[in-house]
Design a protein around this ligand. Structure first.
Ligand code: SAM
Length: 234
């Protein structure tokens, strides 16, 4: 049997240390390749876009200016508070709502595009099924639109440093084989921190000892990272 994935602290950061998650989010894909590739595939113009688990607002800042209207849903009040400040200067002001993907405060068939970035794969299977069902409920039927997911590809230096890979591959394959998603593109990007000690501080907190020990043995401020873009029509 495979070893279990190392214990990580993402949920603790969402609740207690959103600034640590925000430092991670600013290091992730600093050139904004992922948003650019998403915009090349998904047409947001004049659309009502709903982002599930918008965190501290990274994709709201990058995508809201390209959408008709943009709503972000987030369960953690601390993440939301930071998102409010980081999106203050966004031209198309996103609407931020407190809530969870499995119970959306939105009427049936009112949304054109749903995005969830690093939210769905890590949910418990039963919660993930409810989130996907709820997403399909609020989506307007018809061509275009649908659900876009951004997730870690299983094969990258970042995943190897975390001691993850096999379990994440299974979870992504489940979305493809069972939930009707298609892997549209894998974007090769990086995590780039200002210094190697900042990489240790942020990744050590979020990803725990396996990551920290690897970073201490091989100090670096840049890790190769690959992002899977998945899509499922409405
Ligand atoms: C890895 S963070 C990603 C944040 C943001 N999407 C980004 O890419 O910067 C995951 C986010 O999903 C939120 N989340 C966790 N469970 C959720 C659920 N059931 N429904 C909606 N959001 C959830 C967390 O609070 C957290 O903000």
């Amino acid at each position: 049997m495979n070893d279990p994935a190392p214990k990580e602290n993402w949920i603790r950061a969402y609740r207690e240390a959103p600034e640590i998650f925000d430092a991670f989010s600013r290091a992730e894909d600093p050139a904004g390749l992922v948003a650019r590739r998403l915009l090349a595939h998904a047409h947001l113009e004049n659309c009502k876009v709903l982002e599930l688990g918008c965190g501290t607002g990274r994709y709201m800042r990058e995508l809201a200016p390209h959408a008709g209207t943009y709503i972000g849903i987030e369960p953690s009040p601390n993440m939301m508070a930071l998102a409010r400040t980081t999106t203050l200067k966004v031209a198309t002001q996103p609407l931020l709502l407190r809530g969870r993907g499995e119970s959306l405060p939105i009427q049936t068939g009112r949304v054109d595009v749903i995005l969830a970035a690093w939210v769905v794969v890590n949910l418990r299977e039963e919660v993930r099924d409810r989130v996907l069902k709820e997403a399909l409920r609020v989506l307007r039927p018809g061509p275009g639109g649908g659900i876009w997911l951004l997730e870690n590809h299983w094969d990258s230096q970042f995943q190897r440093y975390r001691g993850r890979g096999a379990e994440d591959e299974l979870r992504l394959r489940h979305l493809i084989d069972r939930d009707g998603f298609r892997m549209v593109e894998v974007v090769a990007t990086e995590l780039r921190f200002p210094t190697s000690s900042e990489a240790e501080r942020v990744l050590g907190y979020l990803c725990g000892d396996t990551m920290l020990n690897r970073l201490r043995r091989n100090p670096t401020c840049v890790l190769e990272h690959r992002v899977a873009l998945l899509h499922r029509p409405a």
